[in-house]
Design a protein around this ligand. Structure first.
Ligand SMILES: Nc1ncnc2c1ncn2[C@@H]1O[C@H](COP(=O)(O)OP(=O)(O)OP(=O)(O)O)[C@@H](O)[C@H]1O
Length: 900
């Protein structure tokens, strides 16, 4: 026999024992688990279900209302029949559905009104479990009930134990259902219901991933049965459940179920939306809570740094600096990143430093440019610098152009000259004349492009380049920026700094200068660039091309004297807090300092020596102050007034009547002592004490060339010209040439040429016979360039080498006041050399009076200050014979080749 299915009404008895469901409804197909402990119901379960022979028996589950209002329906009728077993309540006829059977159900107060619903559901027990309380022995049951089919109550019979009802079966039999399902309306409604039910299942499946079985049921079960099951499983009101229970008509049931399921679906969707929002809010709140906790922990540990507040302050600062919009966007992105990080997190520090840089850069801040006053500028230049009239003229021209066209894209001024000639201070005077801030970037030794352009932030320890760093330090975007020692940048594997400089100096590109660290463009077009270099030869051509070179030659002794008297001494004394009342340096002493203590093109060392004298005077003054203090301390009885002549020692002579001991006592004490301190009178002895014995005495050349074999040459270095001695000596040997003094290849070759030339002309030069012979065969020649630690190279030592060798073998001394320079060919031609002006200045500094130059360097003499030319004898030579003719003290064996 086929097993009965839910809804199958064939096995239903006409009378069912009634289990009341208070305010609850069991629907067909639904499964509920209930605990039964009300005595009447317990008896029902025992008698109807617990007995073995009753297995599979149906009971009726009938909803029971609590204190419902009296139904308004006039058609409702209550019929209660007292019987020996109890009261019989007559239900209305089957047609009058929805009416309620009222019953008086007495509780303790005896006044509860309860109402039986006229329709219920027959149910079977799927599981049954008896529970007996341990102490009281009370019996209860756990019953799992399955709703089977709807019934209508015809008559409710109250017995002493529990109620039962005469019923009529309501759900249709199979044939009727088949018929009903053919109704197009039912079909549409079924489809609609299944569609929303399917949607609901899919949604729930996404959330719980365990609705596989439900889907199968959805596909295989008829819609009208599913409707009951779905509604049974939702939280719907009692009234709606009752409605479903009453909905025997399939159309009614399906449309109500569709409505309920749709509503449920909407509720789930809205709930999801809300919950996702709430989730977000929650996580924000959680973050806030975490932040509070971290702060509390830090406070507890005594590390209360208000990082968050700092970030807010940083943001505010960034807002106020007026970044361009694209930079501000970029900064905000970075700020968001920073906010997400903990201060301990790697990367926090670097991100913060980066943002601080963005906040500190002067995006909008500029020095207020004042109207350029050319007269004032000229006065300022004159007051700060002696001489240099050509340079000053060019600067004034430059300023004039800027005055007419402030954004003029003129070439970058580049001051070229030896150290200490005032390149840096001229640049700062330009800044003063323009009314702009001044910043100096030292580029000496910069080999890495990243030094100019910065390291990308991916590198650990990355930094902005010097340019951006300088702009940050100076705090304005239009300073005068000095690119100091621009010739000392060199390129290697780390890139070419010069190419980065090109971008900086190019007016087309520097509007959007891109520092690798900064990673956003910065406009450096308003910066006025000025460069300095010691020499132009080493500068890359494209860089040089963008500059206007202004040469600053070294100073003559006379100029140095003027500079010292007018500028250096007053400035240095002021820097040391003293005046010319404390130290007196006469012109003759400055001259001594220039000639005996310095050998430089500029005035840097001279300034240093003056500073040493100023320090000595300061010490003297301080000592005097101390003496006065000791003296005062020794007079406890005279705290207010020191009478003239009463005080011990120096105080008695001071003529002072006031003892100063107030708040600003020190300043007044200094002033007091100042007036009466003996000035330090600088004389030769003081110079020796303070500066040490003279480094140069002017006799050096005379002493060194006193032996044959020594000649004085002139060389050129990056820091200007220098005097260089060449020493040659001969000894028994195999005719070899030895060279020492850290010489380069070119200078070694020059020595070889010189020796060959002398050997070839031994007879012509009338060198002593024996010497000439030995020179050819068994003599080794050693040529040494003193200052062996300094590398030397270049061709211009040629004539000096020949002169030294001729002196050696001719046993004649070279004139002590003569220096020479020039490259020499094997045939004896003297070729021009570079750096003539610097070389002549060097000779002048060393007290040499005569300079022998290649004839073809004649034009270079125009560059030499006339004051120097006036004091020196310049001799020009076309051939080696001319040089030798000029060089020797006691006449040269060779006749000069040309008339000079
Ligand atoms: N013509 C001058 N008049 C007054 N002072 C001068 C003059 N020339 C140089 N000085 C002073 O000499 C000192 C050195 O000058 P500065 O530093 O400008 O030299 P520099 O040429 O820039 O040297 P470097 O190449 O080493 O940087 C400064 O104190 C400067 O004021």
């Amino acid at each position: 026999m086929a097993e009965a299915q839910v809804g199958d009404t064939s096995a239903l008895p006409p009378v069912l024992a009634i289990l009341p469901f208070r305010n609850k409804v069991l629907l067909p197909g639904a499964i509920v688990k209930i605990r039964v402990n009300v005595p009447a119901s317990v008896r029902l379960i025992e008698q109807e279900l617990w007995q073995k022979e009753n297995k599979g028996r149906f009971i009726g589950v009938l909803p029971l209302h609590d204190r419902l209002e009296q139904p308004k329906s006039s058609g409702s009728s209550i019929s209660t029949t007292p019987s020996p077993q109890g009261t019989v309540i007559k239900a209305p006829g089957e047609k009058e559905r929805g009416e309620i059977i009222l019953s008086l159900h007495s509780n303790k107060n005896g006044d509860d009104l309860i109402q039986w619903h006229p329709r219920g559901v027959a149910a079977r027990a799927l599981e049954l479990e008896q529970k007996i309380e341990k102490y009281t022995g009370r019996v209860s049951y756990i019953v799992m009930l399955e709703g089977w089919c709807r019934f209508g109550v015809q008559e409710l019979i109250s017995t002493s134990s529990y109620k039962s009802a005469r019923i009529t079966q309501l759900d249709r039999n199979e044939a009727e259902i088949e018929q009903a399902e053919k109704d197009p309306e039912v079909q549409v409604l079924s489809r609609q219901f299944k569609a929303v039910a399917g949607e609901l299942i899919s949604l729930l499946e996404q959330k719980q991933k365990s609705f596989g079985r439900t889907k199968v049921i959805l596909e295989s079960w008829p819609a009208y049965r599913l409707a009951d099951v779905f509604v049974a499983n939702f939280e719907v009101s009692f009234e709606e459940r009752l409605f479903m229970l009453d909905a025997v008509d399939l159309r009614q049931r399906l449309s109500k179920a569709t409505e309920i399921v749709t509503r449920h679906l909407q509720t789930i969707k809205v709930a999801e939306k809300i919950s996702s929002k709430v989730d977000g809010q929650l996580s924000k709140t959680q973050k806030e809570i975490l932040r509070h906790q971290i702060r509390a922990i830090k406070e507890e540990l005594g590390e209360n740094d208000d990082d968050e507040d700092d970030v807010v302050a940083l943001e505010r600062k960034m807002q106020s600096v007026g970044m361009p919009p694209n930079v501000w966007k970029h900064a905000q992105r970075e700020l968001r990143r920073l906010r997400k990080m903990q201060p301990q997190q790697p990367g926090y520090g670097s991100s913060r430093t980066y943002l601080e840089l963005l906040a500190e850069l002067p995006w909008q801040v500029a020095s207020e440019e004042r109207e350029i006053d050319l007269v004032a500028a000229q006065e300022q230049l004159d007051s700060e610098h002696y001489g240099l009239s050509k340079v000053k003229k060019r600067i004034i021209e430059y300023l004039a152009v800027r005055k007419l066209k402030p954004d003029a894209r003129g070439p970058v001024l580049c001051f070229v000259g030896p150290p200490g000639v005032g390149k840096t201070s001229l640049a700062s005077s330009i800044a003063g004349a323009l009314g702009r801030k001044f910043i100096r970037l030292s580029l000496g030794g910069v080999k890495d492009e990243a030094d100019i352009r910065g390291h990308r932030r991916t590198y650990i320890g990355s930094m902005p380049g010097r340019l951006i760093d300088g702009i940050k330090r100076v705090g304005v975007n239009n300073p005068v920026m000095l690119l100091d020692e621009i010739d000392k940048t060199g390129s290697d594997v780390r890139g070419d700094p010069a190419s980065a400089l090109l971008e900086v100096l190019d007016p087309e590109q520097n509007k959007t200068f891109n520092d690798h660290y900064l990673n956003v463009p910065f406009d450096v077009s308003k910066v006025v660039f000025v460069a300095t270099a010691n020499r132009v030869q080493t500068m890359p051509a494209p860089l040089l091309d963008r500059m206007e070179v202004i040469e600053l030659p070294g100073y003559t002794s006379e100029e140095k004297l003027r500079i010292a008297m007018r500028h250096l001494i007053p400035r240095v004394l002021d820097q040391h807090g003293i005046t010319d009342q404390h130290v007196q340096i006469s012109e003759s002493m400055v001259e001594l300092m220039i000639s005996r203590y310095t050998r430089e093109a500029g005035v840097r060392n001279l300034e240093r020596h003056i500073a040493a004298l100023a320090r000595a005077a300061a010490v003297k003054l301080t000592e005097k102050l101390q003496v006065e203090r000791v003296a005062r301390d020794m007079q406890p009885d005279a705290p207010q007034v020191i009478d003239q002549g009463q005080g011990p020692g120096g105080i008695a002579d001071s003529g002072e009547v006031e003892l100063v001991v107030e708040v600003d006592g020190h300043a007044r004490e200094v002033a007091h002592a100042s007036v009466h301190a003996e000035p330090l009178l600088v004389d030769e002895a003081v110079l020796e004490v303070v500066l040490g014995p003279p480094k140069f005495d002017g006799k050096e050349a005379a002493e060194r060339v006193a032996i044959p074999g020594v000649a004085v040459g002139l060389v050129w270095t990056a820091v200007g010209g220098e005097v260089q001695f060449v020493e040659a000596t001969a000894m028994l040997g195999k005719g070899e040439l030895h060279l020492t003094g850290q010489l380069g290849d070119v200078i070694k070759e020059s020595a070889q040429i010189a020796l060959t030339w002398v050997r070839a002309r031994a007879a012509e030069l009338k060198l002593p016979e024996a010497e000439a012979g030995n020179l050819m065969k068994d003599r080794d020649v050693h040529i040494h360039f003193p200052a062996g630690a300094v590398p030397k190279d270049g061709p211009s030592a040629g004539v000096t080498l020949v002169t030294a060798l001729v002196s050696l073998f001719g046993k004649k001394c070279v004139r002590a006041d003569t220096a020479m320079t020039g490259e020499m060919t094997l045939r004896g031609l003297v070729l021009p050399v570079g750096g003539v002006k610097d070389k002549i200045l060097a000779a002048h500094r060393c007290g040499l009076k005569r300079v022998i130059l290649p004839d073809r360097n004649r034009k270079d003499l125009q560059e030499v200050p006339p004051a120097i030319l006036a004091n020196m004898e310049i001799l020009l030579a076309k051939r080696m014979e001319d040089v030798l003719h000029h060089a020797f003290e006691t006449g040269c064996p060779l006749k000069p080749a040309s008339r000079l």
